[in-house]
Ligand binder design. Structure first.
Ligand code: G
Ligand code: G
Ligand code: MN
Ligand code: NA
Length: 255
């Protein structure tokens, strides 16, 4: 409860921060965008990990205003960096919780943020887990279709870890598969298991989706993913999530 009150205050006092992890195009090795990841520098407890406060935010409903702040700040920042780079396009990915997605006015909220920040819709990617997409209701599908109609892209986060049938991939308007890092991890091992990762990359290709590998830490993993034809990657090998100032430099230098 104390943490809940602190989080509410942090949100009101604009104490949350975003860190940004670059997304690299594996064909060109360019930094083409970032994933925004929220951080909470707590006045007495130090930096609190999202894994420790996102669940609280979700349980209390605070995730709705928190998520809106993240979306707005990430879009604002993307436009600023792109402008600073002479208009070079920058793709920004934002994580969306099921509780946010379930708000009846979620699509309108996203549309308003795009308009307000001047962010071109096609440069925004919303990441959702399989569990969001798998809730195979008409309302869910309708919301996804309306979101897509704004012109943005939708990614399935942590792909491959959910308990899902693949049927929903045909049904839902998804653009991108983010391959969970537990698969990428195996590529690093001696005689590492590449079969599942390779299969996900092929699945993405055959469905016309792009693939982003998460959690690349070693060159060997990068080489294996390139070989498979995976389009994009993130991971400590390139960069950890970093504060805005550092991310801005990465983008400008990563041309
Ligand atoms: O950087 P890492 O420790 O950053 O993130 C831990 C987890 O928190 C990840 O699963 C990530 O998706 C989630 N997360 C980070 N930022 C956000 C956010 O802004 N919204 C939501 N819903 N989840 C986030
Ligand atoms: O669930 P989601 O994919 O949004 O979470 C991203 C999480 O993965 C963040 O906590 C981020 O800090 C973490 N992360 C990003 N790259 C790496 C990596 O190369 N190795 C590990 N172990 N974690 C990573
Ligand atoms: Mn993510
Ligand atoms: Na992920």
């Amino acid at each position: 409860l104390e943490l809940e009150n602190d989080l509410r205050a942090a949100l009101e006092n604009q104490e949350l921060r975003l860190h940004y992890q670059p997304t690299v195009d594996l064909d060109t090795s360019q930094v083409v965008g970032f994933e925004a990841l929220v951080r909470w520098p707590h006045p007495t407890r130090g930096m609190i990990n999202p894994l420790d406060f996102i669940p609280i935010a979700e349980a209390t409903g605070l995730i709705v205003p928190l998520g809106l702040w993240v979306l707005r700040e990430a879009c604002r920042q993307a436009v600023e960096w792109s402008n600073a780079a002479g208009g070079r396009p920058l793709k920004m990915s934002v994580n969306v919780s099921v509780r946010q997605f379930d708000q009846p006015d979620f699509t309108e909220t996203v549309a308003a943020v795009l308009a307000e920040t001047g962010m071109p819709a096609d440069r925004l990617c919303l990441e959702m887990t399989e569990s969001v997409l798998m809730t195979d209701t008409e309302a869910n599908l309708e919301q996804l279709v309306r979101l897509k109609a704004l012109g943005l892209t939708l990614a399935i986060d942590d792909f491959g870890t959910g308990y899902s049938s693949l049927a929903y991939l045909r049904r839902f308007p998804v653009d991108t598969l983010k391959i969970d890092r537990s698969f990428v991890e195996r590529l690093g091992m001696l005689a590492g298991d590449t079969a599942l990762t390779d299969t996900i990359v092929r699945l993405g290709k055959s469905l016309g989706m792009s693939t982003v590998a998460e959690g690349i830490e070693e060159f060997g993993q990068l080489a294996a993913l390139r070989e498979m034809g995976c389009g994009f990657a993130q991971g400590y090998y390139f960069s950890r999530p970093v504060p805005a100032a550092d991310a801005g430099r990465l983008f400008l230098e990563g041309a």
